[in-house]
Design a binder for this molecule. Structure first.
Ligand code: ADP
Length: 482
């Protein structure tokens, strides 16, 4: 029998996206369908979501959801079965999902995402006529409180799973919000929502869930240490029997170089020559010199996590080796300014586009030689997976999902035809410089480089095996609850 799954998240591609979370939440339902799991996804009714919905049906109305009027709308879009929380007081705002146009967090985020989570738990309790989930899967801190509401309510026996996409974002708020959350008094405490004297949404989810997953096996190990555990390593170690690392996949229809409408020349591992056309288009788009020097790309949030400060320091070295760089990203103002200044200093060799541009990111993967990802930590990472699929070889720090998905071009791997990128450690300036130099050297050896590109493009970055792992985990949890 088909298993009914409720997935709860604050982002979903193609409706609202600030990072990899949206890609995963958008792609998983289709991948699970072939595993006998029918997923419905609960998301906030941001303006960008409501604008795209088309026909909707109100399946539940709230006169007072945390004091505000709201409606739960059912809709189908792009193969997604959506439940959208239309609560204008919480979500009808300009700006991003979590903050205003100036980038500062909304002061009532605790209430906005408590409301989302409350509704998730309501659905598990049977709030919608004719549909009730067998299992509930919630993503990141914004949805994590769903697990706590379920645990302390009538749906406590419904299996619930929390996925950590990034432990750096935990949803921590002052203790005085607790009474307004509508949780029973016993939910306060170290085994509940209390977290270092305040309220921790992700923490509450992690102690309440029947299983915890994170998005790569290596990250699942790393978060057990104080270095990467971000204050939650003790808790995670205490629940180690419940922790699973399951790699993200990519939507291989959207990211398919043989059929991608967003690149001028489509190609496969057998027609790598066609990439040259994309490369020229990319150089033109960024105003870079047109030559055959190694063309590095970066598509990233510009933050400390992503190692972008290290990258700034490596730019002169990259140019010194004859390389070029096209960067697309936004984030820390200081880093944005530093990349723009580097582009000014090295016209034709370094170019930076500050902003978010999905179509341009496809052209970059389709035309670039190598994608640089010097992250300090990386739960899974998606851009290296797109790079593999497009033969834009990943140059990555050996952390988290980057370590799990890229095979370093050491001699043994190159000789075996298995190498798919360049992996370096530790993540410091010296190793990053070395990795850039190694990439430039490999790039000069056309047969080896192309063999690596073909190996990269053969790598399975689809959801197939990971969706099977999620489905198996759901089945285990259901069996345990029976
Ligand atoms: P994170 O979620 O930590 O930001 P991931 O690598 O998991 O990192 O996912 C990032 C996603 O966002 C990828 O799909 C990537 O292509 C996309 N992305 C990041 N920055 C930009 C940008 N400036 N323009 C277009 N896409 C971007």
């Amino acid at each position: 029998m088909t298993m009914q799954l409720l997935s709860v998240a604050s982002e979903i591609y193609p409706l609202v996206k600030t990072g990899g979370l949206a890609d995963v939440v958008g792609a998983l339902p289709a991948a699970l369908a072939s595993q006998g799991v029918a997923a419905r996804t609960l998301v906030p009714g941001y303006p960008s979501v409501l604008a795209r919905l088309g026909k909707t049906k109100a399946v539940r109305r709230y006169d007072s959801l945390f004091g505000e009027k709201a409606a739960l709308l059912a809709a189908k879009l792009d193969g997604l079965d959506l439940l959208v929380l239309d609560a204008p007081a919480f979500f009808a705002r300009d700006g991003g999902p979590y903050g205003g146009p100036d980038g500062t967090d909304w002061p009532d985020n605790w209430r906005r995402f408590a409301a989302l989570s409350r509704v998730g738990a309501d659905i598990a309790e049977g709030a919608i006529k004719d549909w009730r989930p067998d299992i509930v899967h919630v993503h990141d801190w914004q949805a994590a409180l769903t697990a706590a509401y379920m645990r302390f309510g009538p749906a406590h026996a419904v299996p619930k799973l929390v996925t950590i996409h990034n432990l750096a974002f935990q949803g921590r708020f002052a203790a005085d919000i607790f009474p307004a959350l509508g949780l029973p008094p016993e939910a306060w405490g170290v085994d509940g929502v209390e977290y270092y004297g305040g309220v921790g949404y992700l923490k509450a989810g992690l102690v309440s869930a029947d299983a915890i997953t994170t998005v790569s096996p290596s990250y699942a190990q790393e978060i057990r240490s104080p270095d990467h555990g971000m204050g939650l390593d003790g808790l995670i170690n205490g629940r180690i029997d419940r922790l699973h690392g399951i790699l993200n996949g990519v939507d291989t229809d959207i990211w398919n170089p043989a059929e991608d409408p967003l690149i001028p020349r489509r190609f496969s591992g057998r027609s790598l020559g066609a990439r040259a056309g994309n490369r020229r288009a990319l150089e033109e788009a960024f105003g870079l010199d047109q030559d055959d020097a190694p063309l590095f790309i970066i598509v990233s949030r510009l933050t400390w996590q992503k190692g972008m400060d290290l990258m700034i320091d490596a730019i002169d070295h990259l140019v010194g080796l004859g390389g070029k760089l096209a960067l697309l990203g936004s984030g820390d103002r200081a880093l944005e300014g530093a990349f723009l200044a580097a582009a000014d200093r090295h016209r034709g060799r370094i170019a930076a586009r500050i902003g978010y541009d999905e179509p341009l990111s496809h052209l970059m993967q389709g035309g670039g030689d190598a994608i640089l990802i010097p992250s300090r930590f990386e739960p899974c990472g998606l851009t290296q997976l797109y790079g593999l699929r497009y033969g834009c070889l990943p140059v990555v720090a050996r952390v988290g999902g980057l370590a799990d998905t890229v095979i370093d071009a050491n001699d043994a791997a190159v000789n075996a035809g298995a190498a798919t990128g360049i992996v370096f450690a530790p993540n410091d300036p010296l190793a990053l410089h070395g990795a850039i130099a190694r990439t430039a050297r490999l790039h000069r050896d056309r047969p080896i480089w192309q063999a690596m590109q073909r190996a990269a493009m053969r790598a399975d970055v689809s959801w197939t095996s990971s969706a099977a792992r999620y489905a198996a985990l759901y089945r285990d949890l259901l069996a345990e609850a029976a």
